[in-house]
Structures are given as structure tokens and as C-alpha cells.
Ligand binder design. Structure first.
Ligand SMILES: Nc1ncnc2c1ncn2[C@@H]1O[C@H](COP(=O)(O)OP(=O)(O)O)[C@@H](O)[C@H]1O
Ligand SMILES: [Mg+2]
Length: 356
């Protein structure tokens, strides 16, 4: 396993800048995930690391070795794409062994590693089958096995689970995590899927428009999003965002509510964020209601989720907030409600969208 260092990487296609100065240090053995919306430059960044494209500016190191201008085979990386290309005329065993056969590994080594990765990815009963005799999920696991069997220093994955159905994606995520724990390979994994990113990553690199918005553990990124983009990207449904004006530790919302916020020294326009899970309903007629500052509104819609309900509430200024409600009773459409959250749960962003 090797570390990866990216220094001020820039890349444009024609006049369009796609990567605008990426700096990143990936620790050896880390599982790092590049996550962001479609078109934000994830695949381009991965291709630069693999050597499939050249940066316009900047440097790439794998371990201590500069690889910026080395061809892909000299970088010691393996890559798995969304569209896996297995050799159709070779059985699973030969597909997995292919790279090692080319590298003239001994028959014993090849046999041992094929069984090891096949066992890890639960394809050991499929070794004599041809790709056309496999399901999509099985084929994708063969493609992953083929990449990791060679024991690359670095493994690059570009949305490898996107073609799988939800259940199989969840299952294969677990296999990938187990495989990473067993092999300790440095993994760079690209996805636009927030759940995949959260569940797999040691650290997330959140990208938007060719720039890094935040680097951190999944918990850090979720609990303290660096800006409004990150705040809106993670969480389903996303964080509620409300325009407000801050003064001396209080925020006044457009609907007239005044809330204490965890940013005492800020004055002027801010955006308040609150996760649907962090809002509570203060029951009508509750004694606490008279003394609790909160958001007053009426229920627009109640969506049953099974383990909870998603309640859409229209505030008096007509903005809509969502709460994920786990109470045993719930309000009817049109009912007046007051929503409340402890001050520490509010996220506060400045006029430029940066977290305060
Ligand atoms: N070879 C290319 N030529 C021209 N534009 C490209 C090329 N590859 C990618 N792009 C553009 O660069 C941007 C980023 O692409 P990509 O890295 O594939 O994004 P992502 O993987 O995050 O969806 C997109 O706007 C895409 O259209
Ligand atoms: Mg892509």
C-alpha cells in the first residue's frame, strides 16, 4: 500500500476548466471516497491518478515517487470502472488471473491469490463459469477480484456499483469493506451516491465544480458541513435551509421567529440550517409551548416512512421545512404546529455560504 499526494492539479477540456487546483494527501491504506454530483470532475481526477489523462498543471506522487508523467502500467495502480470489461471467452478463474499471468507470477502464487480474492468476494463457487453465465453483480465482483488479485499498491474504483440493484449494491459495499480490511490496499473510490460514500469512506473528499469543498470523515462532513453545498448534498431529505438576520447570538427569520444560534459574534444576513431529524414538534396545548421559541407553521403533508413520518410544514412566510417525526401520534393536514430544536443543532452559514 502506498500514499497518494496530489499537488495543485488543474485540468481543462478545451476552454472548460474541469479541475481547478486539487490538493490532497491520501494516507497509505486509507479508503478515500471522491463524492459529488455528476460532472463535478470525479472521473477526471481518478483518470489523472491512473495516468489515463495528463494534468495541465500540478503533480501526482504515489508513495515517494513522482508519477505525473509515467504511463499507467508503471504506476502500480489497478482500476475498476462502472462498465466492467471481462474477457468473454475466459472463465472466471482466468479472468482473475489474467494480470498475474501477464506479470509471469508463479502458478502457485496465482492459484493462491485467485482463491483468496474469490473467497473474499464470495465468487469461489463460480471460478469455472464464463462471464455470460454470471449475473451482473457476480460479473462486477469478478472485475473487482481481477483488479485486487494483482495486489496493486493503489486501487481506483469509478462508480463500480452503479449498474447493480439496491440490494446488491448494499451487499457488495460490505464485501468491499471486508476486502479493504483484509488487504489494506489504498483505495480511491468515486461515487455520486451519498449513502455509498458515507458507508465506505474512511475520509470523504466532497467535490463540486472541479474544486474540493470539504475533506473529512463521514461523521465530520455530516455534522459540520463546511458550506451550503455540502450541507445540501448529504442527508435525505436534505438539511432545511432558512434565510435569517443575525444579531448578538439571535437570528430573526423572515416569518418573524427569533432563535438563539451558536454564533454569538455574527451580525447580518445568514442562512440557518437544521436537519429534518433535529426538529421536534412541540405539541399544541403543551405547557412548554408558551415558553419555547420555535417555528410556527401548518402541516402541508405527512409522508409515512414506516419507521417514522416525514412531515412537510409551511411556515407563516410560506417557506417549507421538513421534519422526520417519530412520535406515536401525528398531526393532520392543516393543523398548526410549532417546531423546535436545541440551539446547538442549528447550523449557521455566512452570506457567502461558509459555515460559521
Ligand atoms: N474527454 C473529455 N472531453 C471533453 N470534456 C470532458 C471530457 N471528459 C470529461 N469532460 C467534462 O468534464 C466534466 C467533468 O467530467 P467527469 O470528470 O466525468 O465528471 P464526474 O465523473 O464527476 O461525473 C464534465 O463537464 C464533462 O462533460
Ligand atoms: Mg464519472
Amino acid at each position: 500500500m502506498k500514499s497518494i499526494t496530489l499537488l495543485d492539479l488543474h485540468k481543462s477540456f478545451g476552454a472548460t476548466p474541469v479541475l481547478r487546483g486539487i490538493d490532497l494527501q491520501v494516507t497509505a491504506g486509507e479508503f478515500i471516497v471522491f463524492v459529488g454530483p455528476s460532472g463535478c470532475g470525479k472521473s477526471t481526477l481518478l483518470r489523472l491518478i491512473a495516468g489515463l489523462d495528463d494534468p495541465d498543471q500540478g503533480r501526482i506522487l504515489i508513495g515517494d515517487r513522482e508519477v505525473t508523467h509515467l504511463p499507467p502500467p508503471q504506476r502500480g495502480v489497478a482500476m475498476v470502472f462502472q462498465s466492467y470489461a471481462l474477457y468473454p471467452h475466459m472463465n472466471v478463474r482466468r479472468n482473475i488471473a489474467f494480470g498475474m499471468t501477464l506479470a509471469r507470477e508463479s502458478a502457485d502464487t496465482i492459484d493462491r491469490r485467485v482463491h483468496e480474492v474469490a473467497h473474499m468476494l464470495k465468487i469461489d463457487t463460480l471460478l469455472d463459469r464464463l462471464p455470460r453465465e454470471l449475473s451482473g453483480g457476480q460479473r462486477q465482483r469478478v472485475a473487482i477480484a481481477r483488479a485486487v488479485a494483482r495486489r496493486p499498491e493503489v486501487c481506483l474504483f469509478d462508480e463500480p456499483l452503479s449498474n447493480l440493484d439496491a440490494a446488491l449494491r448494499a451487499h457488495t459495499r460490505v464485501e468491499l469493506t471486508r476486502m479493504h480490511e483484509a488487504l489494506g490496499t489504498t483505495v480511491v473510490y468515486v461515487t455520486h451516491d451519498q449513502t455509498e460514500a458515507m458507508t465506505l469512506a474512511d475520509r470523504l473528499v466532497v467535490l463540486d465544480g472541479g474544486s474540493v469543498r470539504q475533506i473529512g470523515s463521514p461523521a465530520e462532513v455530516y455534522r459540520a458541513p463546511a458550506d451550503l453545498f455540502v450541507a445540501g448534498f448529504f442527508g435525505s431529505p436534505p438539511m432545511n435551509l432558512l434565510a435569517a438576520t443575525a444579531d448578538a447570538g439571535l437570528a430573526r427569520l423572515a416569518n418573524g421567529s427569533v432563535l438563539p444560534i451558536p454564533a454569538a459574534s455574527v451580525t447580518g444576513p445568514v442562512t440557518l440550517g437544521i436537519r429534518p431529524d433535529d426538529l421536534r414538534r412541540v405539541p399544541a396545548g403543551d405547557a412548554a409551548r408558551a415558553t419555547t421559541t420555535g417555528l410556527d407553521g401548518t402541516v402541508l403533508r405527512v409522508e409515512e416512512l414506516g419507521e417514522a413520518r416525514l412531515i412537510h410544514v409551511a411556515l407563516t412566510d410560506h417557506s417549507v421545512v421538513m421534519i422526520r417525526d417519530r412520535e406515536s401520534t401525528w398531526p393532520a393536514r392543516g393543523e398548526a404546529v410549532r417546531l423546535h430544536a436545541p440551539p446547538a443543532h442549528w447550523h449557521v452559514f455566512d452570506a457567502g455560504g461558509r459555515r460559521l
